[in-house]
Design a protein around this ligand. Sequence first.
Ligand code: SOE
Length: 364
Amino acid sequence: MGKRKLRVALLGQGFMGRAHSNAFCQVKHFFDVPFDLELRVLCGRDRERLEQMAATWGWAETATDWREVVTRPDVDVVDIALPNALHAEAAIAAARAGKIVLCEKPLALNATQSAEMVEAARNVPTMVWFNYRRVPAVAFARRLIEEGRLGEIYHYRAVYLQEWARRPNLPDTWKLKRAEAGSGVVADLASHLIDLALWLNGPIREVTAMTRTFAPGRDLEDAGLFLARFENGSVGSFEATRFATGYRNRNAFEIHGSRGMLAFNLEDMNRLRFMDASEPDSLQGPRDLLVTGPGHPYSENFWKPGHIVGYEHTFIAALGDFLQALARGERFRPDFEDGHRVQLVLDAVERSAASGVWVSVPPR
Ligand code: SOE
């Protein structure tokens, strides 16, 4: 029997549009998926670049009005990689039209919107592209925590450090406009930190935050920092900035528990540092694990042990896992519900930064 066809519409022609296009092209080479993906239509605002991009990645058609695309009868999957301010409207329209909906992070501009998105998509499969859950070393960290190898968690420390927004003469980008992005580095990068923290260390109960805009005239924050209390009793510190001179894309966390510690840094993404505190004192110290197999997450999907993977594999693995869950009729994580939980924390961070006090995070 032939595979079921899934006809995909991608909304967005930027950096994420390319990362997603690559994942749609590559997923069948690395994951056993019972679907035949048809790259039906690519939708974007810049007509000339759109044609070029469609030709590069093999999209059958192009369109410039996402409103027409999301309800098309010849589309099964709507993938949203538009500016943040359009996520909710596009996702709700697609879900109401019965489409499978994939959406870039952050899911929405705020938790009111993301709650509406969860509600609208109650009966359709969803996914949020929090791709860093699919870094093999990060998935392995989660496995070690689930096995209890860290024991009781004391500290969760996370930073996401970029530097590009401090540069003069930046190209025009929606990411630096509040009207399109909603907020700055908090929405863009702290959202990744929060998703990983919730996944690895459980719910956050309350936060206290501050933000800072360094660039004159910019209407959104360049840096956002906050402290957090987790439900499991551990304490967290988070820092997201686009002014970390010297760091291009350092998304890193360190977790300290009664039985061990873990440390990860995306700029060296094939490695995970792990210390086992049950070893004799004289032998204790972080081991530098090359998480490329044998026995590591995704090592059966990608290359042989020691043959490293890159940024693009995180999107391929997210899509591969999503399609396999879809085929089995199972819930995929992170879905819109998970995206909404991140949004609840982001809202609390924003409110705390404005008020200067601790703000609790509602459970849902
Ligand atoms: C911003 O520079 C950005 O592209 C984010 O939007 C992505 O989510 C992050 O993964 C890499 O950096």
